[in-house]
Write a protein that binds this ligand. Structure first.
Ligand code: PLP
Length: 459
């Protein structure tokens, strides 16, 4: 069945959406007075809705996913060809695209060696939490079962991953949560918690303080985003990551890097952690792996960790007793193979670095003219502008006006994002994450829209 609809059918689609679809992250009261927006088509960085209205998408599909842009026929064709050949097999056997994508991925991740497939970022992270707990049970006599997570980071929407949500509003009212997840402070220098010169090392030392308080023999792992995404685009201060690695090694704590947003080129390298010279024990990824052309996530680990699950066949508990039904879909890895080829052949890592610098330089120019921009930060094509009511006190701009800026840009046909109902009192950072194919004109159009929006909203 083709979904090429007659224009008359499109009003029916909107009515069906309004009547039956429960939108993610949405307060539905708004649809009593306005139609929900329903997208019909995408090409490159552009989207069209049911009214035929065109948008420039600066958030890659709402949540930083469509890294290579919309309408990629080569991915669609590769998926189609694979589906008619073999769509699926899960359990204790592999598939051709699963094997070939794992090989290509590992070639870009020195020190890593094994890929475990599932189909969402939350699920990929849950796999690590289970592995860490099983390692604690089998290698440490049940100790080392705690997992540290950081204030303002986010790792998913399941009860397990919400237990590691550093974004309070995401987790509130869905508890109680399982035990053994312990929060460490964030590292955002703009909102300093320590008045010191070597801020990065000090923020990492705060992790060590938590480890010592909890007891190093009880802590098995720490999960961290390389650049905190939805928590406000937090780039790590100088000196932070080397010290984090040192602390993990000192106390034999496994380092889990959540690359669900930063992975596959978003920050200008294949993975965000690769900017900082660190060697993780686990890396999880999802959104950009297949740019939203198919659902796929990966939990990647080292041969050292893998070996801990390779006990002899006589032990019924000596392996990772886990399955992800749709981790056996071949659409994911075949789309991911083509996605990776596109990033490489079109030089999208280099483009991301260059265009990211352009976003930051445009935002800094806006900061000179708009006192409401308190801080500008970012890495590659993941950038943020933190809005404040007062630059001296850094009082966050109220969420209503932040959302008015986002809505004004939407009115201009430019989709931008903002930290949204995740951090009480701190939902004040505009987030930009265009596709890695963005051109200088696209970037200028996005920041021009923000310029106009700030002028109108702030009067
Ligand atoms: N980790 C990070 C850093 C995320 O931003 C997200 C989602 O936004 C997730 C994990 C969860 O991914 P998913 O929604 O695919 O479960």
């Amino acid at each position: 069945m083709s979904l090429d609809l007659h224009p008359n059918d499109l009003s029916h689609v909107v009515a069906a959406d309004r009547a039956h679809v429960w939108h993610h992250l949405s307060q539905h009261k708004q649809y009593e007075s306005a139609d929900p927006r329903v997208f019909v088509e995408g090409k490159g960085m552009r989207l069209w809705d049911t009214n035929g209205r065109e948008y420039l998408d600066a958030v890659s599909g709402g949540v930083w996913t469509v890294n290579v842009g919309y309408g990629r026929e080569s991915i669609a064709n590769a998926v189609r060809d694979q589906l008619v050949k073999l769509n699926y097999y899960a359990g204790a056997a592999g598939t051709v695209p699963g094997a070939l994508f794992a090989e290509k991925l590992i070639a870009r991740m020195p020190g890593m060696s094994r890929v475990y497939y599932s189909n969402s970022g939350s699920e990929a992270n849950e796999k690590v939490y289970k592995m860490v707990r099983q390692i604690a049970a089998r290698q440490h006599g049940g100790r080392k079962w705690k997992i540290l997570y950081r204030d303002r980071d986010y790792h998913g929407t399941t009860i397990g991953t919400l237990a590691t949500s550093g974004q309070d509003q995401r987790a509130m009212q869905y508890g109680p949560y399982p035990d053994g997840f312990v929060r460490v402070p964030h590292c955002l220098e703009y909102r300093k918690q320590w008045d010191v010169a070597n801020y990065g090392e000090r923020a990492a030392d705060a992790i060590e303080e938590v480890i010592l308080r909890e007891g190093p023999d009880t802590v098995g792992a720490i999960v961290l985003e390389p650049v905190t995404a939805g928590g406000g685009v937090i780039t790590p201060p100088e000196g932070y990551w080397p010290r984090v690695q040192e602390i993990c090694r000192k106390y034999d704590i496994l380092l889990h890097i959540d690359e669900v947003v930063c992975g596959l080129g978003r920050t200008g390298t294949w993975f965000g952690y690769q900017h900082y010279g660190i060697q993780p024990d686990f890396v999880t990824m999802a959104k950009g792996v297949a740019s939203g052309y198919a659902a796929i996530s990966c939990t990647v680990t080292t041969e050292r960790v893998f070996d801990m699950f390779k006990d002899d066949a006589s032990d019924p508990m000596g392996y990772f007793r886990d399955i992800s039904t749709f981790g056996g879909c071949t659409a994911g890895p075949v789309a991911a193979l083509e996605n990776m080829r596109i990033i490489e052949d079109e030089g999208l890592l280099e483009n991301t670095t260059a265009m990211g610098e352009r976003v930051l330089s445009n935002l800094r120019a806006l900061q000179d003219r708009h006192p409401v921009i308190g801080d500008v930060r970012g890495k590659g094509l993941f950038c943020g502008a933190e809005l404040v009511a007062d630059r001296a006190t850094k009082e966050p701009l109220d969420e209503k006006r932040v959302q008015a800026v986002v809505a004004d840009c939407m009115g201009q046909g430019v989709i931008i994002g903002a930290t949204n109902r995740s951090l009480p009192g701190l939902n004040n950072t505009l987030c930009l994450s265009p596709a890695l194919i963005a051109t200088p004109d696209d970037i200028d159009r996005i920041t021009d829209a923000i310029d106009g929006a700030l002028t109108r909203v702030m009067g």
